[in-house]
Design a protein around this ligand. Sequence first.
Ligand code: SF4
Ligand code: SF4
Length: 211
Amino acid sequence: MQNIISGLNQAHENDSGEERKLIGDRGDYFLNRMQGETGVDISACYQCERCTNACPVSHFMDIKPHQAIRYVQLGWREDLIKSSTIWICLSCEMCTTYCPYEVEVAEIFNHLRNMAAHSSITPKEKSLAVFHQTFLEVLQKSGRVNEFRLMNTYYLKPDILHERIKNKTLKEDLLLGITLLRKGRLKLFTPKSKAIKEIKRVYSQTRGEIV
Ligand code: SF4
Ligand code: SF4
């Protein structure tokens, strides 16, 4: 109970210290939507904080895993989509392993990343968000992730290219790519997956299209 109250108090004020509604604008709508779309029983969470204690990268997160689950329960969608947390999560599932109710936090963060990618909100961790988007693009094309194509596509994204030029790391990245190609650690081509149709269907479904 103490943890629940402290989790609420930590999340009760926004960055500017203004008070805001305890429950999100649309009440249980967001919680129900997230439970329906992820299949995770988010209501089962009772704020024991085991997930946060088990998470190897929680100290880098602006909203800790147990707090993020509470945010979902309260309907605070925008705070989550704007957070660094959803991009920092490694999907290692240590949180779920230690959770008494096996709440799949990684699945929730994965879902929030996809929501963020389709929203107009600028992600806090821009390069991670672009990498996530690029990964999905490459996977959609052949049903497999070819590292050469992935890195090529990623580095040619305007924001990333600009950042690399600014940091003067473009030459370094190119040389590393050439070395890896020479040593056979990167393959130029990867055959399409036999499950490509199924993969494309899943992509279409997540965009809300009927196949
Ligand atoms: S370990 Fe499970 S029950 Fe405990 S706070 Fe995390 S998600 Fe909630
Ligand atoms: S899946 Fe994400 S939130 Fe869970 S322990 Fe791993 S990094 Fe932390």
